[in-house]
Design a protein around this ligand. Structure first.
Ligand code: NAD
Length: 508
């Protein structure tokens, strides 16, 4: 029998680096006794000193009472040897991300700790089953994946291997709540849940860049301003470092047996090999000076040359709501709305999931007169428009003027099925659907995990429901039809719900 939640008193931490220190702090603040061990002498003591500094900051901000400082510090006990942790009720391993080191640590802990002690790893991405390979008592082994910075991030992934006992999971869910975290239950596997689902956020942006649909600054800005994401993917990668993001993304691609959904680009590899690692080297997807992005790198969206408004335009949209938006804008700007396309006049179209060329071919209209605009994302905050190759420059410029005539910023991109945001969100939701199909977690856990663990504005299934499951399916299907690549194959989970028009959280 493993210890139950209410029997956990002493928590051992193996590894007192960034994560070990943060976990020790939140445990001690929640009233647990903490034993802290690090392979490098003095590190555990230094970590206790830096926890003290963090507590002082909390006192200065009025978030902690002065009298609690010494009580909390009194619960943290730096240790000299791993053996000192053997009498803990729960041991959390937060040593460096190295499979062999973690396997040996778990072997020693499994041999040294009484059978009821719960043993967990805080690994970012190594499957727990693999870390537990040299142990004899596997039922008590699980994952407890905290997010960085631990004191601020609410989410904890509780990772269950095929043999972790239900009582251990119960204890870990209760323990996570007791230290003020929101736990989600996740099945063991590469990248777990948040790390896995987050790959679509990076890989679709990389794909857009590879195809020269727009620059990193434009892609990031559209994802922020039209999509509501707090940061764009290239900003995030530059912040965490290409040397951190690239290997973990590559590992997931390899661990998935090269599923093209996780595929990276040679342009990304080139930056890493050149040593352009993001903010830390003043160069990544952006250029920086003294840690600040250079103005040219964050320059406003790309525009075609300013021109006057078109006198008239023919409007078409995939959905009636889109046509209404186009009509209202044109009328407000005093542009005559034509009943039929007319030679020399602008054709302004609002497709869903398709590029301009596909719409031109379907409608039989003139490629040189057609400009497409996204009415699904960013209509009120940041518009995205694109045109066929060979579009007449004066018509493109007129469209640009019309699209920003009410003061909304409009960015021009190159022709793309699903513009930027439609395909970006659809690809993320499609991967989330596939993780549901694989039974990785519940729909609620998936949505909550991505909001709390990765700052998504909405859970990926919630964002799909906001669009409508049929619409998400139509975008992914259109991408698949256009590219004819497995990367864009719709997940069976999405297909079934999209065909029936059901919520993406509907269980099987
Ligand atoms: P870190 O480098 O800051 O700290 C790791 C510590 O482990 C170091 O102090 C090192 O001396 C110690 N260590 C190495 N081998 C040891 C051993 N055999 N026994 C005891 N201590 C040992 O790393 P970190 O960022 O704290 O990451 C720790 C773990 O948490 C990794 O598995 C990492 O993947 C995971 N993680 C990190 C983050 C993050 O953003 N930093 C987020 C979630 C999970």
């Amino acid at each position: 029998m493993s210890v139950e939640m209410n029997q956990i008193r002493r928590v051992g931490l193996v590894g007192a680096g960034t994560m070990g220190r943060g976990i020790a702090q939140v445990c001690a603040q929640a009233g647990f006794e903490v034993k802290l061990f690090d392979a490098v002498p003095q590190v555990a003591k230094q970590s206790k000193a830096s926890i003290d500094k963090a507590l002082v900051k909390l006192i200065e901000k009025g978030k902690l009472a002065e009298e609690d400082r010494q009580v909390i510090l009194g619960r943290i006990h730096p240790c000299e040897a791993l053996n000192d942790l053997f009498n803990c009720d729960l041991v959390i391993e937060a040593a460096i991300e190295n499979l062999e080191i973690k396997r040996q640590l778990f072997k020693s802990l499994d041999e040294g700790c009484p059978e009821q002690t719960i043993l967990v790893s805080n690994t970012s991405a190594i499957p727990i089953s693999s870390i537990a390979a040299l142990t004899a008592h596997r039922k008590r082994i699980a994952g407890l994946h905290f997010m960085n910075p631990v004191p601020l991030m609410k989410l904890v992934e509780v990772i269950q291997t095929p043999v972790t006992s239900a009582s251990v999971i119960e204890s870990l869910l209760g323990f996570s709540q007791a230290i003020g975290k929101t736990p989600i239950l996740v099945k063991d596997g590469p990248g777990f849940l948040v790390g896995n689902c987050a790959r679509a956020f990076y890989t679709e942006a990389l794909r857009l860049l590879k195809e020269c649909i727009a620059s990193p600054a434009v892609i990031d800005r559209i994802i922020r301003e039209a999509g509501g994401y707090r940061m764009g993917p290239f900003e995030v990668i530059d912040l965490v470092g290409l040397d951190v993001n690239y290997p973990s993304s590559k590992a997931l691609f390899e661990d998935s047996f090269f599923d093209p959904r996780y595929q990276l680009t040679s342009g990304y590899k080139l930056l890493v090999e050149a040593g352009f690692l993001g903010r830390k080297t003043d160069m990544g997807f952006y250029r920086y000076q003294d840690g600040q992005p250079l103005a040219e790198a964050t320059a406003a969206a790309e525009h075609s040359t300013p021109a006057g408004l078109p006198k008239s335009a023919w409007l078409w949209a995939e959905k009636s709501a889109g046509l209404e938006m186009l009509t209202t804008l044109a009328k407000k700007a005093g542009v005559v709305v034509l009943k039929e396309p007319s030679p020399g006049a602008l054709c302004l179209v609002a497709p869903i999931g398709r590029d301009t060329v596909s719409v031109v071919k379907q409608l039989g209209i003139d490629a040189g007169s057609t400009v497409a605009v996204d009415t699904v994302y960013g209509w009120a905050s940041h518009r995205t428009y694109m045109a066929c190759p060979g579009v007449r420059p004066e018509l493109l410029a007129q469209a640009s003027t019309l699209l920003s005539s009410d003061g909304v910023v409009a960015s021009q991109i190159h022709d793309s099925p699903g513009f930027i945001m439609q395909r970006f969100q659809a690809v993320i939701t499609n991967l989330a659907c596939d993780l549901m199909q694989q039974g990785l977690a519940s729909a609620e856990a998936l949505n909550q995990g991505m909001k709390l663990g990765f700052n998504f504005p909405q859970g990926p299934l919630e964002a799909g429901d906001a669009l409508g499951s049929e619409t998400v399916l139509s975008i992914v299907q259109a991408l698949y039809n256009f590219y004819e690549e497995d990367r864009y194959r719709p997940s069976p989970w999405l297909k079934r719900r999209g065909r029936l028009g059901l919520s993406l959280s509907t269980p099987d």
